[in-house]
Design a protein around this ligand. Structure first.
Ligand SMILES: Cc1ncc(COP(=O)(O)O)c(C=O)c1O
Ligand SMILES: N[C@@H](CCOP(=O)(O)O)C(=O)O
Length: 468
């Protein structure tokens, strides 16, 4: 399997290279050169299989010959053995024909673990085979950082630096990043918002001498391996609800567009998905884009679902690439417009193509709190504020014969203050995580300045090539 950049000007790479590359050298994101296809018999055969077996069947076509099948199988089963539920991602019914897919049974209680636990093992495997070391830098609005640190802590071939917006993540999210003691973990509190962190990260990838000097690798969903690991649970849920003989819809709490893009990939490769519904919080750039056809930045406000406080929704570029019939030059022009004026206009044919598969809705702060409260009162089920945005937007889609699955992206215990304020119930952390509430924290506060952050990374990263 080969991968091409959404901006059409970067080298074509295989899976192992894409895994270690992160952002393409033309600033674009890697996507498969062609979409593999899982036929109906294969998908029907997933019924009753373990999560790891389904994962192997879904992921293998994207890996191709880059990793031997037996090795891939071992890495996958190792990744999912750390989950706290035997089904890995169980489905819970909350209303007739409406379900929550619980993606938060991994070590850090957010959906990021599903991909990150595999990514850590894949990277280690490839680096070991090559005798190399890498410096991972990630940007987080709250959950990616903790999941990445958990997946890479103590690993010998990687140092991990996580940029998070100082004061804009929940205390539990922050402590998951700042309490690990391993020497290869570096939590950097940046004076800015998530978009600042993400654009500094992209700037580091576009600064080639620095990138090569530290052997920079990425763990955000700009890394294709993150997306492909997230495709699996769409199949698991779809098959549990009757696919391939019956279509299923999904509503996805959305920020960086990685999770819902994984749903799009699941559909491309054969899962019968009816609608993919984007749920935003008050930072509703994607809902506005679907309403108007114009992607226009308008400032980010802090919300009780901080992980979705995002304006520059990186993976939307991957969808634009598909909507524009894989025309890298067209995507380059749109992204230049975004850089220059903070907005771009999507063509009407392309917008129509996207609207034929996606819907979008917004859930503001009051609605998020009301949804947490009402869902608990009506069903006895406690949702976190991110999942609540999905529950509300899914409800707005109305009754349908097609089952609707809301992705449950985080455990409510990651946001105890917001949940308690909304419904009076304070969710507690599982006993295995309680220690983070009292462990000593370790972080470095840095300004939102690419040069300062690069200097810090170069000083502490073990992969630095002297004189490079
Ligand atoms: C709990 C939670 N829900 C939803 C999202 C949004 O997911 P995505 O960025 O893949 O759209 C995130 C962050 O990514 C998150 O951490
Ligand atoms: N919500 C995310 C933001 C980064 O998203 P990613 O999927 O690109 O890593 C977070 O929790 O950090």
């Amino acid at each position: 399997m080969k991968y091409v950049s959404t901006r059409g000007e970067a080298p074509v790479l295989d899976f192992a290279e894409v895994l270690l590359t992160g952002l393409a050298r033309d600033g674009g994101l890697y996507v498969p050169e062609t979409w593999p296809r899982l036929d109906e018999t294969t998908i029907a055969g997933f019924a009753g299989k373990s999560y790891s077996d389904v994962a192997l069947a879904v992921i293998e076509p994207f890996v191709g010959s880059a990793i031997a099948r037996e090795d891939l199988a071992k890495l996958i089963s190792g990744a999912y053995s750390s989950f706290g539920h035997p089904a890995v991602t169980p489905l819970v019914q909350i209303a007739p024909n409406r379900f929550v897919l619980e993606l938060f049974h991994g070590p850090t209680l957010a959906f990021k673990d599903v991909a990150m636990q595999l990514l850590g093992r894949l990277m280690d495997h490839v680096l070991e085979a090559r005798g190399e070391r890498a410096t991972i830098v990630g940007a987080t609005s709250g959950d990616t950082g903790g999941a990445a640190i958990e997946a890479f802590r103590g690993r010998d071939r990687t140092d991990v630096f996580i940029l998070f917006p100082d004061g804009r993540v929940s205390p539990v999210q922050r402590r998951q990043m700042t309490t690990p003691k391993e020497a290869n973990v570096h939590s950097l509190a940046v004076s800015g918002n998530f978009d600042d962190c993400q654009s500094i990260l992209k700037g580091m990838f576009n600064h080639f001498s620095f990138r090569d000097q530290v052997r920079l690798a990425g763990v955000n969903s700009i890394n294709w391996a993150r997306i492909v690991a997230q495709v699996v649970y769409y199949f698991v849920a779809g098959v549990a609800l009757g696919a391939p003989h019956r279509a299923v819809s999904f509503t996805v709490p959305t920020g960086n567009f990685g999770d819902i893009f994984a749903g799009f990939v699941a559909k491309r490769i054969g899962l019968p998905i009816d609608r993919l519904v984007i749920a935003t919080n008050a930072n509703d750039i994607l809902a506005r884009t679907f309403a108007t056809g114009s992607y226009a930045m308008a400032g980010v406000s802090p919300t009780m679902s901080p992980s979705m406080d995002i304006q520059i929704s990186s993976n939307f570029e991957r969808l634009l690439f598909e909507a524009y019939d894989r025309d890298g030059a067209a995507v380059r022009r749109l992204m230049q417009g975004l850089g220059q004026s903070g907005s771009f206009q999507i063509g009407s044919a392309e917008m129509a193509a996207m609207r034929s598969e996606f819907s979008a809705g917004r859930c503001g702060e009051d609605d998020t709190a009301a949804t947490i409260r009402e869902t608990l009162a009506e069903t006895g089920y406690l949702v976190d504020p991110h999942t609540a945005t999905g529950v509300k937007v899914a409800k707005e889609q109305g009754e349908s014969a097609v089952p609707m699955v809301v992705l449950g992206t985080a455990h409510p215990a990651k946001f105890p203050d917001a949940v308690e304020k909304a419904c009076g119930v304070r969710p507690g952390l599982p006993a295995r995580l309680e220690h983070i509430l009292t462990d000593e924290e370790r972080m470095t506060v840095l300004p939102a300045d690419q040069g300062v952050i690069e200097d810090h990374v170069a000083r502490f990263a073990r992969a630095v090539r002297q004189g490079a």
